[in-house]
Design a protein around this ligand. Structure first.
Ligand SMILES: C[S@@+](CC[C@H](N)C(=O)[O-])C[C@H]1O[C@@H](n2cnc3c(N)ncnc32)[C@H](O)[C@@H]1O
Ligand SMILES: [Zn+2]
Length: 351
């Protein structure tokens, strides 16, 4: 027997999937569960059960269900629950069937690769919250174009802001899937860390909420020559760049609405235990301007053939000129702003 420890749980993972690098993801999941005061939670794809067990124990969630299709994982979950004296429900079945039959206050999807095969059923099943992890960043972020189109029914583009592109493509699919059940959502926290996208959605029932979410879908027109981008509500077959008049490429549909809810993030920070990396990440998320996409500071300076100044100085200049501007958790060199590329170039030149 090979016992491991994560958070307040002692468990065995042999025979089931367990990735210790995902601890940060689970730390934040526990903090979000506490911040939201959850009372019912489904870990639909549980493996060893670590995620759901931590939510039960550390976030004190009364009704937790741990499901996995694999009988070996299920046996392991039963053992791990016993080690930890936890009274959770453990089921062994296809998550899609279960999510079509029952409802849960909060549903968590943490699959191998893409969550796409589970989003329809999870959208039906989630009464108040839907949490999703996607580890297939190559299709989401445009590195595997055709796979991205198949899984997410959207065209990604590989750009400087590809990490956010991936997050917004996933949110775009969630909007369309929830809309099929007359539901909308409001994202509370969306982050891209290491090689995965993670989002926490508040589910809002009703046709109006669904329609509002579909309205927030749109397209990103990107200029490969100068890196400028524009947000569009409707796609147009051929576009030209407003910065350099070059030919643009189109990606989407993507979610163009907000991706964070600051109050909940601040409350989750309060509940984070000892994880300093998670705290830093959430602090950056809480402070970043909630605007779609970002520019890469060094790419801009490289194209302008100038030595990059401090990114914080450029942000200050843009703010003094009346723009919204901030760093972003998506990328250390990322610059989020409502300024045009021309205005960013001016700020970069004059620092
Ligand atoms: C990436 S692992 C889950 C990791 C876990 N959530 C954690 O934090 O450690 C994905 C799990 O999904 C299970 N699985 C795959 N397809 C499934 C399905 N259709 N229904 C239920 N479980 C499924 C696999 O057996 C595997 O244990
Ligand atoms: Zn251009």
């Amino acid at each position: 027997m090979n016992l491991q420890q994560e958070g307040q749980i002692t468990f065995e993972a042999e025979g089931a999937f367990y990735n210790p690098k995902m601890k940060l993801n689970r730390d934040i999941g526990v903090a979000m569960a506490r911040a939201l005061g959850l009372n019912e939670y489904l870990d639909a794809l549980s493996a060893s059960g670590i995620r759901g067990m931590r939510v039960a124990k550390e976030a004190n969630v009364g009704k937790v269900t741990l499901n996995d299709i694999c009988p070996i994982a299920h046996e392991l979950i039963l053992k791990n629950l016993a080690y930890n004296h936890l009274d959770c429900q453990a089921t062994c079945g296809n998550a899609n069937i279960m999510m079509h039959e029952r409802h849960f206050q909060a549903v968590d999807l943490d699959p191998f690769g893409s969550p796409s095969p589970y989003i329809t059923a999870a959208s039906r099943c989630a009464a108040e919250y839907l949490f999703i992890t996607a580890t297939d960043t190559a299709p989401l972020c445009g590195a595997h174009l055709k796979s991205g189109i198949r899984k997410y029914m959207a065209k990604p583009l590989r750009t400087d802001y590809h990490r956010e592109m991936g997050a917004r493509i996933l949110l775009g699919l969630a909007a369309r899937e929830l809309a099929r059940w007359d539901k909308g959502f409001s994202p509370m926290l969306t982050h891209v860390t290491d090689h995965y996208v993670r989002t926490y959605l508040r589910v809002v029932k009703g046709a109006k909420a669904a329609d509002d979410c579909l309205e927030a879908l749109g397209y990103v027109e990107h200029c490969p020559a100068c890196g400028s981008f524009a947000l569009l509500q409707e796609p147009r077959p051929v576009g030209s760049c407003r910065h350099c008049h070059g030919k643009t490429l189109l990606s989407g549909p993507v979610w163009l609405g907000k991706i964070h809810e600051k109050d909940i993030i601040l409350s989750a920070i309060h509940w984070l235990q000892e994880s300093t990396r998670a705290t830093r990440l959430l602090e950056t998320c809480a402070q970043e301007e909630d605007l779609p996409m970002y520019y890469d500071h060094h790419s801009i300076c490289e194209r302008m053939k100038i030595t990059p100044a401090k990114i914080d100085d450029i942000i200050d200049r843009l703010r003094s000129a009346g723009h919204r501007a901030s760093r972003t958790h998506f990328c250390g060199l990322g610059l989020k702003t409502d300024a045009l590329l021309l205005e960013i170039e001016d700020a970069a030149k004059s620092t």
